[in-house]
Write a protein that binds this ligand. Structure first.
Ligand SMILES: [Zn+2]
Length: 412
């Protein structure tokens, strides 16, 4: 208890460092080279300089080749601080890359110049994901400054390319640099949360995007007998799919409140004919499906195939089914010690009632879970990611650092 109190006091003394780090990082617009940006190099150089002044036991960069980047690579920083037992790591992973500022007229300040107003620091990247980088770093700085060795290694993974799919970040690391990680490693990902710090995300639904192309026969709108209206058949198919999928895959899972069930949403509809008096010969639309982990994507695709076949037969059309995204996402077990460590730590720091939850999908934690590692997404934040006038809270940054510290110190 005494040790935890010392660590808290130490972390509270780093307020100026939070402002300094945000100011330096906000000034490095780390937009992906695949979105015509400069990439993470400048930010990585700044961070490396800072990390080198600290007492890490291992500090290195894993460069992942990317011909689009000016340097030919995308940097991923690994910094390990050994624990009393070195057999496993508690990792805090956060990303350096940012999304572009978007419409500049919506910003009240320069997105690449930090502006501090009370507890808030404004600038692109301040919350997504500088807050995570800084809180992860403050935790280990407090350990170092106090001469504390946690029970196990506390390690930072500061990665590239999160916003565009992690191909040059965590995906490459898990594929080609698996030696970086030990078998029993655990991951904290401070890249999602809510304003009261009660969301401890441990699971995601499986993602399945399905594209349907209906091939009919184009004709003049006044002579439907000469054609086969693909738009009509597409509409009928869409409604039949909607009914069949919701009926068959109707299980509920409390973890995923408020969206308790799998979701099947007709979304994008591609433009067909430009004029009103032509019967469209083709119709293209999409379903966004988020499937509870108790079902398999293949079972959903089988049901889709059944409905498609019936509609093809009834309306004498051909329908092509494609899956632009078909991702399976394994959950982290609710009973895994990491989950309880984070829930308890958040409760002790923020005096709230945190709960393990599941989300609709799309976080980097899924890569770790699918590779067999437990991963928890947690931070206290205002959900300013990708918005104009993005800001981060200094208090939350310090608070999250305390949560990570408690989790690290209480690891068994
Ligand atoms: Zn992020």
């Amino acid at each position: 208890m005494q040790e935890e109190k010392q660590v808290f006091a130490k972390i509270d003394s780093y307020k100026d460092l939070v402002v300094e780090m945000q100011t330096r990082m906000i000034a490095c617009p780390a937009v992906s080279p695949h979105s015509d940006g400069d990439g993470e190099d400048a930010k990585a150089q700044y961070l490396l300089g800072l990390l080198k002044t600290m007492k890490f036991d291992e500090l290195y960069v894993i460069d992942v080749k990317d011909p689009k980047s000016k340097t030919g690579v995308r940097p991923n920083i690994v910094a390990k601080y050994y624990g009393q037992n070195k057999s496993k790591n508690l990792w805090v992973m956060a990303h350096m890359d940012i999304v572009p500022p978007g419409d500049l007229s919506l910003w009240k300040t320069d997105p690449f110049k930090a502006v501090v107003k009370g507890d808030k620091i404004y600038g692109r990247g301040s919350e997504d994901n500088h807050q995570g980088i800084i809180s992860g770093l403050l935790t280990v700085k407090a350990f170092m400054d106090l001469g504390i060795r946690p029970p196990y290694n506390y390690s930072l993974l500061i990665n590239a390319d999160e916003e565009l799919g992690s191909e040059y970040g965590i995906v490459a690391l898990l594929k080609k640099h698996k030696k970086t990680f030990a078998k029993e490693d655990m991951f904290l990902v401070p890249d999602g949360g809510n304003p009261d710090g009660t969301m401890v995300e441990i699971a995601e639904k499986n993602m399945l995007w399905v594209k349907f192309t209906v091939y009919g026969h184009q004709a003049h709108a006044s002579m439907p007998l000469c054609g086969v209206n693909a738009s009509r058949v597409g509409s009928i198919l869409s409604i039949k799919l909607d009914e069949a999928l919701h009926k068959k895959f109707n299980k509920k899972d409390k973890l995923f409140a408020p969206e308790l069930t799998s979701t099947f949403e007709p979304t994008k509809h591609e433009a067909n004919v430009p004029n009103v008096n032509t019967i469209p010969g083709t119709d293209v639309f999409y379903f966004d499906c988020r499937i509870l982990p108790c079902y398999k994507n293949d079972d959903v695709l089988k049901e889709i195939a059944r409905v498609v076949k019936a509609v093809e037969k009834q309306y004498k059309v051909k329908i092509k089914v494609e899956t632009p995204i078909n991702d399976v996402s394994l959950p982290t077990d609710k009973k895994h010690p990491l989950v309880n460590l984070v829930v308890q730590a958040a409760k002790d720091v923020y005096k709230n009632q945190p709960k393990p939850i599941g989300v609709g999908g799309g976080s980097v934690a899924a890569y770790f879970r699918n590779a067999g590692y437990p991963a928890v997404v947690f931070s206290k934040l205002f959900d300013m990611a990708h918005q104009p006038n993005e800001y981060s809270s200094i208090k939350n940054t310090l608070g999250d650092a305390k949560v990570f510290a408690l989790a690290a110190l209480r690891m068994k």
